[in-house]
Ligand binder design. Structure first.
Ligand code: NAD
Ligand code: TDX
Length: 342
């Protein structure tokens, strides 16, 4: 492809995806559309600032006029929609921005894409749209949608909108649904970067409930490779699940981080549970493996060590985030939740 447009490219997964695209396809031009919310950080792609094939546009995907103008002006062959409000806990505090960006923003992109006759649209979705698993079983692409949080229901709404455009307008879209990502540039509100940076500062690690909830962890670059495969090899109208085949309880993950950092397990504090906390996510990615020739490549043991090393060597990046808005969020989210020390 000559030109692609990525939304949310200044966030965690989008910035890793753009960097990977520049390495894999040097001839390709990339337009990055990002509103720069609290989670968007120009520093994440500072290394591409001088790259003539990379163009940044500070635009809200909900701004219909600005999006349509940009699409007409740049005429990308594909759009990859990463832009979203992405943190479950924030969606519990206020679901407004989630409905706005995740649902309305997707609608604006779909309409704009139709107007310019786009060739390919990829909606970056999540395994959370399937709801929660018990101790057994896996999510497949045919698992019924049963989102439980305002975040996941806004993502499911967007998926259904995409599905309806495929069905009604023959719109050329695919949807990807991935499990929990970890890796460099993840905003330190999410479990892994929050716990790494807290532990590095000898601050407590707030484990929700009993820490028995299970997540299926995948390195962000494996997710990005899957999205690239879906973009180039995915069949229109199809959904592709990606997972890391690496399930851990939150407490197991916390112990791994503490041990690799050489810190004390006394830092763990069990706090009040997340309301509606999904018990377990686990992905069956057979379809992506069979149809896209994709499989995760980065062993968890290697990936998590590299991630810790990245945070240890990017303390400035973390410290620049840990100011005003961030500290206020941490106060709102964690003050008053303390249950008992463990
Ligand atoms: P993130 O919060 O790190 O980044 C989101 C980016 O979107 C930020 O750069 C932000 O500025 C931008 N953005 C937000 N609202 C916008 C708007 N209205 N207009 C333009 N830009 C806007 O999120 P992430 O973890 O990188 O997730 C990216 C996508 O992947 C999301 O759609 C998320 O649902 C999905 N996803 C994430 C995970 C995960 O584990 N993090 C797993 C599966 C799927
Ligand atoms: O302080 C914490 N304590 C804690 O116990 C935080 C921030 C999280 N947790 C738990 C909640 C979850 O069971 O850790 C687990 C992981 O939490 P998050 O990092 O917030 O991720 P999760 O809620 O699982 O959602 C993530 O994966 C799917 C992403 O944030 C979503 O964007 C993605 O769709």
């Amino acid at each position: 492809m000559k030109s692609i447009l990525v939304t949310g490219g200044c966030g965690f997964i989008g910035s890793n995806f753009i960097r990977m695209q520049r390495e894999l396809y040097p001839e390709q031009t990339i337009h990055n559309v990002d509103k720069l919310t609290y989670a968007g950080n120009l520093e994440n792609l500072a290394d591409l600032e001088e790259d003539p094939q990379y163009h940044f546009h500070q635009i809200d995907i909900c701004d219909r006029t600005a999006i349509l103008d940009l699409l007409k002006q740049t005429k990308p062959e594909a759009i990859l929609n990463f832009a979203a409000e992405s943190h479950v806990d924030r969606s519990i505090i206020d679901s407004g921005p989630f409905v706005q960006t995740n649902v309305i923003g997707t609608q604006v992109l779909l309409d704009g894409a139709r107007e310019i006759g786009l060739e390919r649209y990829v909606q970056i979705s999540t395994d959370e749209v399937y709801g929660s698993l018990g101790q057994e079983g896996y999510f497949t692409e045919t698992t019924p949608l049963a989102p439980n949080s305002p975040y996941s229901s806004s993502k499911a709404a967007a998926d259904l909108l995409v599905r309806s455009y495929v069905h009604t307008f023959d719109f050329p879209a695919v949807i990807t649904r991935c499990s929990n990502n970890y890796g460099p540039y993840q905003f330190p509100e999410k479990l892994i970067p929050l716990f790494i940076s807290n532990a590095m500062e000898e601050k407590s690690l707030p484990v929700y409930g009993t820490g028995e909830n299970v997540r299926d962890w995948i390195h962000v670059l494996d997710h990005c490779r899957g999205i690239d495969a879906a973009l180039r090899k995915g069949k229109i109208g199809e959904v592709y699940n990606f997972g890391g085949h690496h399930e851990l309880t939150n407490l197991e993950m916390t112990h791994i981080l503490i041990d690799l950092l050489g810190k004390s397990r006394d830092l763990i504090t069990f706090v009040q549970d997340r309301p509606g906390h999904d018990l377990r996510y686990a992905i069956d990615s057979t379809k992506a493996e069979t149809d896209l020739g994709w499989s995760p490549q980065i062993p968890f043991e290697q990936g998590i060590r590299d991630t810790i090393t990245w945070y240890q060597s990017h303390t400035d990046w973390v410290q620049r985030i840990k100011t005003g808005e961030y500290m206020q969020y941490i106060e709102t989210q964690y003050a008053g939740r303390m249950k008992k020390d463990g």
